[in-house]
Every structure is written in C-alpha cells, then in structure tokens.
Ligand binder design. Structure first.
Ligand SMILES: [Zn+2]
Length: 341
C-alpha cells in the first residue's frame, strides 16, 4: 500500500505539470486529493493495514497529501494569472483603430425651413405663439368672419371629430383669435406656426397635413405699407437680397384688403419655367389687413387699432427652393428623400 501511495504521488506530481487550465487542474484535484480522490481514499483505508504499519503509512500519506495540496495551490495561482493575462490580451482595446461612426440624424427639411422662418421673424421682433391643433368650429371659422353656411367655408375642407363642433384646425388663423385675446388691448407681433389638417384628396400638390406659419401684427397706425414692407423684407432675407416681390389683390374672409404675395421665380429668375408655369412668378404667401370684425372678436376696437396678418406654407417654400415636385415626400418617411437635406 505504501508503494501504491508512492507511485500515485509520482503520478500526481507529473500530471499536475500538464494541467494548463483551470478545467484540467480541477480534474487533477478530484482525481488525487479531492474528497473522492485516490490519495484520499488510500488515507481512509489506513484501518485495513496491520497495526504496526498504520502510523508510518498515515504519516507518509499525510505528508504527501499536504505536499500535493501545496502544489495544487501554487499551480492554481499560476493558471489563474495565465488566464487573466490571456483574457486581457483578447479584450485589449486598440486605440489606434478608427472609431465606429455614430449615425447622425438630420433635421426634417420642413423643420429646417420653419427654423429659418422663425429666425427671420424673430429678428423683426415677432415671437412664436403656439396654439392648439384641435380647435372648435367657432374659433376656426366664425370668429374669423366665416359664418356657418358661408360659401367661403368651401375653401377649407375640414376633418370633424365625433364631438360636434370640435375639428382639426384647417389653418393657423384661429391662432390670431387666441393671440388677440391673450394680448388685448396691447400691441401684438407674433408668428403662429404649426400643423394644419384638411380633408382633401392627396396629390403631388396637396396633403391632408401641412405646416403653416401665420403672422399677426396689431397696434395703432399699422398700415398696408407696413405689411408690404415687412413681407418684402422677409422675402429678401429668405430668398436673397435682390429678390423681387409683387402683391396681387385677393380675397380672404378675415382680411380686408387681401393680397397674395408672389416672388420672382427662384428657379428660372423670372424667365419662365415649368415650376412657375412660365409666368416668372411664384406665390409664397397670402396676407392682408386684419378685418375689423376679426379685430373686434379678438377684443380690439377697429376705430383705434389696426393690424396685418399673413400666412405661408413652409413645405411650399421648401419645394420651391429645392425644386421638389411632390409634397407627399415630406411625410412619406422615405430616407432616400430625407437624407438629401
Ligand atoms: Zn420659373
């Protein structure tokens, strides 16, 4: 038995040299000195020996077990360090590698134009006044001098909700009423940007949702010439220093007189092209002097106060600037379109 012990000892000593990772080391441990290991079981069987041999055998067996345990601990530390070094090497960060690009988002072309519009009007003293997209019929139409059954209502095909009298606003003009009631009787210089909704057949030129930027100035001694000068200044800031602007008489129920604003075609320079339909001019806004009825509905006295209002479509201006032929691109969520801006 002593011989068996010694040969096991030799075997264990050489076997541990080949245990190069923690799995192999674990296997070695359970084979020799674990609870069911061969050395351990030999130690346990010491009782089977004749009495006089027991002490000697036990002593040697304990020596061997202690030695192997020490070997094991030593080896374990070595393997641990080796594995740590290896994993550090594998996970090493190479700081000379080029970084992974972070995808950069962009601002939607309509919002780019909106922000440009905000900046220009802000420079002229107009602040942004936000109002609701869900309106009541009264503010969207009646307060703006468009009574029920008035034929002018046909100009705005409307999305109605299931609550009678509650609609999606068809234009930003009801914001004029909200702004006037907020500021009356003080002076007003605001723009009212936001989404509008119309129940329309969608086509390359018409969408059921689109942005508008309404503008409103109310005070004393505000005249048509102020409106023309302000709009012309805006057009030059937006489209270029030498931009030509013209005003054409028009009709809106909430302004009197009313005008359309045309700019010389920015694509052909006035020579005539398919975008301007060979007229040399592009319509960019509607405007006019605030109708006395609207002023009164907003809480102002038309005998004392006057004002002008205008409305423009950022998508339309964007389309003109970039020669975009189809308004449906704006809300189509097609990256091939959006990534161009
Ligand atoms: Zn043109």
């Amino acid at each position: 038995m002593l011989q068996q012990l010694e040969s096991l000892y030799k075997e264990a000593c050489s076997a541990i040299e080949t245990a190069s990772d923690s799995d192999a080391l674990q296997a070695w441990e359970s084979k020799f000195i674990g609870r069911k290991g061969e050395i351990t079981s030999l130690l346990r069987s010491v009782g089977q020996l004749p009495k006089e041999e027991r002490a000697n055998f036990g002593k040697r067996a304990n020596e061997i077990k202690d030695e192997l345990t020490a070997l094991y601990t030593e080896r374990e530390e070595l393997v641990r360090q080796r594995e740590l070094a290896h994993s550090l090497e594998e996970g090493e960060i190479d700081v000379t590698l080029p970084g992974r690009p972070i995808p950069v988002g962009g601002i939607h072309p309509a919002n780019q134009t909106l922000r440009e519009i905000y900046d220009i009007w802000a420079d002229m003293g107009f602040q942004v006044f936000r109002t609701r997209e869900v309106e009541d019929d009264e503010t969207n139409f009646e307060m703006l001098n468009i009574p029920e059954h008035h034929p002018a209502r046909d100009m705005w095909d409307t999305f109605h909700t299931t609550t009678p009298g509650v609609i999606l606003r068809t234009h930003t003009s009801p914001g004029q009423i909200h702004a006037m009631r907020h500021f009356a009787p003080g002076p007003i210089r605001v723009i009212l940007p936001g989404m509008c909704y119309r129940y329309e057949q969608i086509s390359s030129r018409k969408e059921i949702q689109f942005n508008q930027v309404e503008g409103l100035a109310v005070g004393t001694n505000i005249r048509l010439s102020d409106l023309k000068g302000t709009i012309a200044a805006f057009a030059r800031r937006m489209l270029g220093e030498n931009q030509k602007v013209r005003f054409r008489g028009s009709y809106f129920p909430f302004t009197e007189p009313s005008m359309e604003v045309d700019v010389e075609c920015i694509l052909c320079g006035g020579k005539g092209c398919s975008v301007c339909k060979y007229t040399g001019w592009l319509e960019i806004a509607g405007c006019g002097m605030v109708h006395p009825t609207v002023l009164r509905n907003g809480g102002y006295d038309p005998a004392i106060h006057s004002g002008f209002a205008f409305g423009m479509g950022p998508e339309r201006i964007t389309m003109l600037k970039h020669d975009i032929k189809d308004i449906r691109y704006f809300w189509g969520n097609d990256l091939r379109f959006l990534e161009q801006f």
